[in-house]
Write a protein that binds this ligand. Structure first.
Ligand SMILES: [Zn+2]
Length: 130
């Protein structure tokens, strides 16, 4: 895990910027495997649930049973080695409440939403000071 400095600001009010720190968390094999198994079992659970729907179950049950391992494997491959940004001491610029975010690192600036007030947020990384 490496620590990075970030700046959080609301999309509606870009002038109000909140500095914070975050950590980069890389998905390991075990975590990715757990996520893959979760989706495999969720797909099979859905197959079991659709057994009771007349006519639909002729298609849904075999399709979901076959799709389960594929979905699980794709989720595993998608998460293996992926990087999440986990905020540590962040505060929402809109509602000033503590902000705990875990978002996949994609192209900066990262887009997020405050879970408390729903404000659209933009997160930029601050170049490391030497
Ligand atoms: Zn908020």
């Amino acid at each position: 895990m490496s620590q990075i400095d970030i700046t959080i600001h609301g999309v509606d009010a870009p002038a109000k910027q909140i500095p914070a720190t975050a950590q980069r968390r890389t998905w390991g094999r075990q975590q990715a495997m757990k996520k893959g198994w979760y989706w495999l079992l969720a797909t099979w659970g859905l197959a079991a649930a659709t057994i009771f729907i007349p006519i639909v179950h002729f298609v849904s049950v075999p399709a979901l049973l076959l799709a389960g391992p594929l979905v699980g494997f794709l989720i595993y491959k998608l998460h293996l080695g992926a990087v999440d940004i986990v905020t540590k001491d962040a505060i929402c610029p809109a509602c000033t409440q503590p902000l705990a975010l875990e978002i996949a690192e994609a192209a900066w600036p990262l887009a997020a939403k405050c879970p408390r007030c729903g404000a659209a947020l933009s997160i930029t990384s601050v170049p490391q000071r030497k």
